[in-house]
Ligand binder design. Structure first.
Ligand code: PMP
Length: 462
């Protein structure tokens, strides 16, 4: 029998699974199928490793859901939470009140964020962050006397969360299908996914063409009707898709030309993932707003935020009442953990190490390990995030018709080999904790390559 975390009665895995199936509905899951198969029960974690209720030690190539940037088991974060809970577990920030943790966090964020980001609005998640962004964008244009600027343009196969607004902003058709209606004034353009959609174009031609779809959409709607463009610097859930290098500079040029706010969804990219503090710095553009979550607290407790450039904040501040907020906006315990987490990322040189050491090492090791695989068409990524493109034919950038089955097949091999690697269709995704060291990277890369090899063999390709 496995003792689960010490806090709960020891139970057999089968018993956990039966109880889970009886009462727990999982996100983004087919519960009928899952209840039949039984979930894997994760009981504890340390560093970059997880343990399940059968005692298996699993290397977490996804940092949870792209969030546990400082790794598992940081007792200093736990102690901060404990002390903050005793001192002030909760107070709201609605009615002319504030508190030290949220004040200190805002000050600290303004220090680590790029020049000009000096104001922060808090929420509990990335989805709420993007809902908040939408509200701010509308309030901004109303306050500027241009209330007709209402359209927000986003991308197909982008992911911005699962609230109604987040899901509408996202470009996942399978989510739209299950909603009663989409939020109005949100429209989508195509994604900059060259491998799948680039055809005969070069990367440069394609990057420019996909960015210019934004201009075409603005002209179609009328620039006086368009409020903002929102995008992930690299698409995360969509498959760790890195756009061609000329994509973001062109998007930025177009936003400036037509006076459109540029909103970066930094929920995955923020707090060091690419080796920069924020992913837009890696791609060389400057947004007007940033959505933050995940790495803000390294997932130890939920927290999201929206960061505003000075010119946006000034308008919002001068605009009178802003009718938006959440009970837990700026939650003291979440804020205390965010402060401690950001200080770890900064003062332990964690992000700096991703940029100068572990990031380049990981990227090179992964590319070398997969170079000869007949199943791998290419690797995208920077720092400690990567998307591995599986292909039916390397020479022609061939795609599998059953792409989702191929990705799931590979993911299941990973599961069996105690590696967490996620699949989005025929792309395999890696995004380990930022504290991963070189020998753990060796293990991660070796296991990933082995599981891709097993997949290739199963498909008769090796
Ligand atoms: N934006 C992006 C880019 C994300 O990756 C996610 C979550 N994966 C979200 C928003 C939504 O965040 P949450 O699940 O915390 O609501």
């Amino acid at each position: 029998r496995q003792q689960a975390a010490g806090l709960y009665a020891a139970r057999e895995t089968r018993e956990w699974q039966t109880m889970d199936a009886a009462h727990h509905l999982h996100p983004f899951s087919d519960m009928g199928a899952l209840n039949q198969a039984g979930s894997r029960v994760i009981t504890r974690a340390q560093g970059v490793y997880l343990w399940d209720s059968d005692g298996n030690k699993i290397i977490d190539g996804m940092a949870g859901l792209w969030c546990v940037n400082v790794g598992y088991g940081r007792t200093d974060l736990a102690e901060i939470a404990y002390r903050q809970m005793l001192e002030l577990p909760y107070y709201n920030t609605f009615f002319k009140t504030t508190h030290p943790p949220v004040i200190e966090l805002s000050q600290l964020l303004s220090e680590v964020a790029p020049e000009g980001f000096e104001h922060f609005f808090y929420c509990n998640s990335g989805s709420e962050g993007n809902d908040t962004t939408l509200r701010i964008v509308h309030q901004y244009w109303r306050a500027k006397g241009q209330p007709d600027k209402k359209y927000v343009i986003s991308r197909r196969n982008g992911y911005h969360g699962s609230t109604i607004a987040g899901a509408t902003l996202g470009g996942m058709g399978y989510m739209h299908e299950q909603m009663p209606a989409q939020v109005p004034y949100i429209v989508h353009i195509n994604q900059p996914y060259w491998y799948a959609e680039g055809g005969e174009q070069t990367l440069e031609e394609f990057g420019l063409a996909r960015a210019r779809e934004l201009e075409a959409k603005i002209l179609e709607l009328g620039a006086d009707k368009v409020a903002a463009f929102i995008g992930e610097p690299f698409q995360g859930a969509g498959g760790v898709i890195f756009p061609p290098a000329n994509y973001w500079p062109e998007i930025e040029r177009i936003c400036r030309k037509y006076d459109i706010l540029l909103c970066a969804d930094e929920v995955i990219g923020g707090f060091g993932r690419t080796g920069e503090w924020f992913a837009h710095q890696h791609f060389g553009f400057t947004p007007d707003t940033m959505t933050l979550a995940k790495g803000l607290t390294s997932g130890y407790v939920p927290m999201g935020a929206v960061a505003l450039k000075r010119h946006v904040a000034d308008v919002l501040i001068a605009a009178g009442d802003f009718n938006h907020g959440l009970t837990y906006s700026g939650h003291p315990v979440a804020a205390a953990i965010a402060i401690a987490n950001i200080k770890l990322l900064r003062d332990e040189g964690i992000i700096e190490r991703v940029k100068t050491d572990t990031g380049p090492y990981f990227q090179q090791a992964l590319r070398e390990a997969l170079a000869d695989s007949p199943l791998v068409g290419g690797v995208d990524g920077a720092g400690l995030v990567a998307g591995i493109q599986l292909t039916s034919d390397k020479a022609s950038r061939g795609r599998f018709e059953n792409a989702w089955e191929i990705g799931t097949l590979c993911r299941d091999f990973c599961f069996k080999n105690n590696l967490i690697m996620r699949a989005t269709a025929d792309r395999m995704l890696l995004s380990p904790p930022l504290v991963i060291n070189r020998s753990e990277i060796d293990e991660l890369v070796e296991k990933a390559a082995r599981c891709i090899g097993l997949t290739a063999r199963e498909l008769g390709k090796a």
